[in-house]
Write a protein of this length. Structure first.
Length: 246
């Protein structure tokens, strides 16, 4: 029996054209495909020989338990199968890869990583802005709006870094996010929201920190979306709200 393995594969933000060649090869070789909810469902066409198991995980929605997903990966890999765990975005960025790698390696299962494009980078590409424009910031910080215990990060400390903030999983508490950052940053700080980046469902909103929560609510934006905050976004023009949300 051949030796099984698990490939943790980043499916990117949704546009299948953004998959790497390495990802396409891994999908073609898959025996089992464990498919995340946020991945483009059409990705299964690139894994014609694989059995597909949908293991949805969405914030605020009923999700497949993480422990169950890990046990599935272990079971099929130990049966000698090539298991491809498809995750939306980038595997190593808010994708629970760390705990999956530790679990599988402890079980003697070989693990490979195939990177994908993060939705934060896809959002910046859609807006046409540099996240690290040297005239405006010192770098970029990728952060989730809430931790495993549902607590929020130290917004004051993040605001003081002088970096562009790329905020994941923040739409359900966007008012709290904006208020936390506004304790340190001026209300005029440029912001943007990109929902479903890179897909035909994409919507974009350009705003300021003081108006961010109100504008996002008025535009009807929700998850999955990326919130971007920082002076590097100042290059964006501010058309009318009807033009912003396309």
């Amino acid at each position: 029996m051949k030796q099984g393995k698990v490939i943790l594969l980043g499916a990117g933000p949704g546009d299948l054209d953004l998959l790497t060649l390495k990802a396409v090869k891994a999908l073609a070789a898959a025996d089992m495909l464990l498919l995340d909810d946020l991945a483009n469902a059409e990705i299964v066409t690139l894994a014609p020989q694989a059995r597909v198991i949908r293991v949805g995980k969405r914030g605020g929605c009923k999700s497949t338990p993480q422990d169950f997903i890990q046990r599935l990966m272990r079971r099929y890999a130990l049966q000698g199968k090539t298991v491809v765990r498809v995750k939306g975005g980038e595997v190593l960025l808010f994708g629970r890869a760390g705990e999956e790698i530790a679990y599988l390696e402890a079980a003697g299962v070989s693990v490979e990583i195939v990177n994908g494009i993060s939705s934060g980078l896809a959002a910046a590409a859609s807006l046409g802005v540099s996240l690290t424009h040297r005239e405006h910031c010192r770098g970029v910080t990728f952060v989730t709006a809430h931790a495993q215990d549902d607590s929020e990060p130290d917004w004051d400390a993040l605001a003081a870094t002088g970096t562009t903030l790329v905020i994941y999983m923040g739409m359900s508490r966007i008012a709290s996010v904006a208020a936390g950052l506004a304790r340190t940053l001026p209300a005029s700080t440029p912001t943007a929201v990109v929902q479903w980046a890179s897909t035909d469902r994409e919507q974009r909103l350009v705003s300021t920190l003081g108006q961010l929560a109100c504008d996002a609510q008025a535009a009807g934006l929700g998850s999955p979306a990326i919130i971007l905050v920082g002076d590097a976004l100042g290059a964006l023009s501010r058309p009318s709200r009807q033009q912003q949300v396309a």
